[in-house]
Design a protein. Structure first.
Length: 317
């Protein structure tokens, strides 16, 4: 163990889900859900809403096809195809909204950075009193769940891979993506923990600026940032890398995706793990940084003041 590390916790405490009140974004342990509460079997999953609004002709314009790149992560595809019930399903870090009897569209969100088709290192902010010096038994592969079990939240950005599967006979439109802000909070005392990873960007990127009052998703179209206006052909699927960034304070939020299916508009809202909102926190200045040795050597003090290089950006526009 590197000098200066606190004593490691016992094995029984290694990866228990975080249920305590100590969160870097100042959360007190409440779910943060607003509006109607979900059934117990749906906790943590997205919910459909706004199912009866007919879109205007302008919103039904087709802006061209966005083709997915072969090689979509098998875990996401299998989870999507396995949907057989009309309730939300949560399996690990995958949040699934399966098509109901009246819908042929299924959406899934993968939040574990090690399973995303994207480049970039993994950074988490851990409550200072919860960083106990223990390390994930599986190295970087278990870093994300290890940090979450200790109240860790995403540093500066939250990434997820959204997959929309259309098993119907008509084209589905994706007319918008956005963050629904639940709360803004100050940043509590934290330490930075990171793990260096390598990956290949394979999917289209949608970016959300959490600093804005209305953080709508945009993508790059010929050098211009425009709101999503995508199509999913019948019997096809589309995959997007959604990245939400913040530069001030901390934000709790949910991902909303607007769809038009068979002439009807609906909105699907994704919660974070355990039914809580996603949390994205700005990196404080002057904090202690630790980097996980991918070779299994435990934690070491980061050089240059950061646990990993956060400048690598993945995704394809």
């Amino acid at each position: 163990m590197a000098a200066g590390l606190p004593a490691a916790a016992g094995q029984g405490d290694a990866d228990r889900p975080d249920t305590g009140p100590d969160h870097p974004d100042g959360d007190t342990g409440n779910t943060g859900n607003t509006g109607d509460s979900a059934d117990a079997g749906d906790a943590g999953g997205p919910r459909p809403d706004n199912d009866d609004t007919t879109p205007t002709t302008a919103r039904r314009r087709l802006s061209g096809w966005l083709r997915t790149v072969p090689g979509l992560a098998a875990s996401t595809v299998v989870t999507t195809l396995a949907a057989a019930a009309g309730t939300a399903v949560v399996t690990g870090a995958v949040h699934l909204w399966p098509g109901s009897a009246s819908s042929n569209v299924s959406l899934s969100v993968e939040t574990d950075p090690m399973r995303l088709d994207a480049e970039g290192d993994i950074l988490q902010l851990i409550p200072a009193e919860r960083f106990d010096g223990s390390a994930p038994q599986t190295g970087c592969g278990g870093f994300w769940s290890w940090g979450r079990a200790r109240g860790g939240v995403d540093e500066d950005r939250t990434r997820m891979q959204l997959t929309v599967t259309n098993s119907g006979s008509n084209t589905v439109l994706i007319t918008g993506m956005r963050a629904e802000l639940v709360a803004r909070k100050p940043v509590a005392p934290v330490v930075e923990a990171g793990c260096r990873t390598q990956g290949e960007a394979k999917v289209y990127s949608v970016n959300i600026d959490l600093d804005k009052p209305q953080p709508n998703g945009v993508y790059d179209n010929g050098g211009k940032s425009v709101q999503p206006d995508f199509t999913v052909a019948a019997g096809d699927l589309e995959t997007f890398l959604v990245t939400a960034r913040i530069t001030h304070g901390a934000a709790q939020w949910k991902l909303a995706v607007d769809l038009v299916e068979d002439g009807h508009q609906r909105t699907v809202v994704f919660d974070g793990d355990g039914g809580k909102p996603f949390s994205t926190v700005t990196r404080p200045t002057g904090l202690t940084s630790w980097e996980l040795d991918p070779g299994g050597g435990g934690w070491r003090k980061a050089t240059g003041g950061s646990a990993a290089s956060a400048g690598q950006e993945g995704g394809t526009s």
